[in-house]
Ligand binder design. Structure first.
Ligand code: HPA
Length: 264
């Protein structure tokens, strides 16, 4: 394997994607925010990539207990510059269906109890999130998803709820009226924390179910069933996107210099 310092791309996602990697090595890292789950470093089509299973390797950490700061800080410490996140989501928009892929362009944070920033102290830091996801990664995810022939939605808004329960039908009705398209429990504050450390970040979501009130009941087994069905396409999109990312960031996105002009 090439040197670890050169793993500038990370995939943050559900358990099980480590098998994408050739010669994966597991490493443990400490951070000022706590210890993240074991990270896997390996090669994806010849490029060094880090895989971080955000719920831990056995999927034992619920969404509201994921240590998002430790996870993102560990990637930063390793020199990661770009993150491709994976999220299972429910469809709020009636046009979306289980098995569809979504590359959201914006999000709303409806979480309640999570530390949301690295900047609790001076200097007071206000990060610009006018473009919440990295446009360069999004463009590649969209182009590569199109190639696989999946049903794809790119002009979508993700709402992140606290969980771990699913939403009520009234919450979903409210979210639909507010213009949100998909709902998940892990999209925030992960995206913001990455931007706070000048890491490019975009997310590849797959619809695992219609949201509460749009189908009879919701179960985690349904989420994992759809996840297994769509996994080969997601893997292909990930491989093609990792391959297509330019080696160096050229500052065409707002991510790499997000701290510039962000402080009083
Ligand atoms: N709600 C919240 N999170 C989810 C859902 C949902 O319907 N499906 C998959 N993750």
């Amino acid at each position: 394997m090439k040197s670890l310092e050169k793993a500038k791309i990370a995939i943050v996602g559900g358990t099980g994607f480590e098998k994408l990697f050739v010669n994966a090595k597991q490493i443990r890292l400490g951070t000022p925010y706590g210890i993240p789950p074991p990270l896997f470093i390996g090669e994806v089509d010849g490029r060094n990539v880090v895989f971080l299973p955000r719920h831990g390797p056995e999927h034992s950490v619920p969404p509201h207990k994921v240590n998002y700061r430790a996870n993102i800080y560990a990637l930063h410490k390793m020199g990661v510059e770009r993150v491709i996140a994976l999220n299972a989501v429910g469809a709020i928009n009636m046009k979306f269906k289980p098995g569809d892929i979504v590359v959201p362009k914006d999000f709303v944070d409806f979480t309640k109890s999570r530390p949301t920033t690295f900047y609790d102290e001076a200097p007071v830091t206000h990060i610009d999130v006018s473009q919440p996801y990295c446009p360069e990664i999004r463009e590649l995810l969209i182009a590569n998803a199109e190639k696989t022939g999946v049903r794809l939605w790119a002009d979508a808004v993700l709402v992140c709820t606290e969980g771990p329960r699913f939403e009520t039908p009234a919450e979903i009705k409210m979210f639909r009226r507010l213009g949100f398209d998909i709902v998940g429990m892990t999209g925030a504050p992960e995206a913001v924390l990455a931007r706070e450390l000048e890491i490019c970040y975009a997310t590849l979501c797959f619809v695992s179910n219609m949201a509460a009130g749009m189908q009879e009941r919701l179960t985690p087994s349904e989420v994992s069933k759809v996840s297994k069905q769509i996994t080969p396409k997601i893997e292909q999109i990930l491989i093609d996107t990792v391959n297509a990312l330019p080696l160096e960031r050229k500052g065409v996105c707002p991510c790499a210099h997000s701290l510039k002009n962000a402080r009083f």
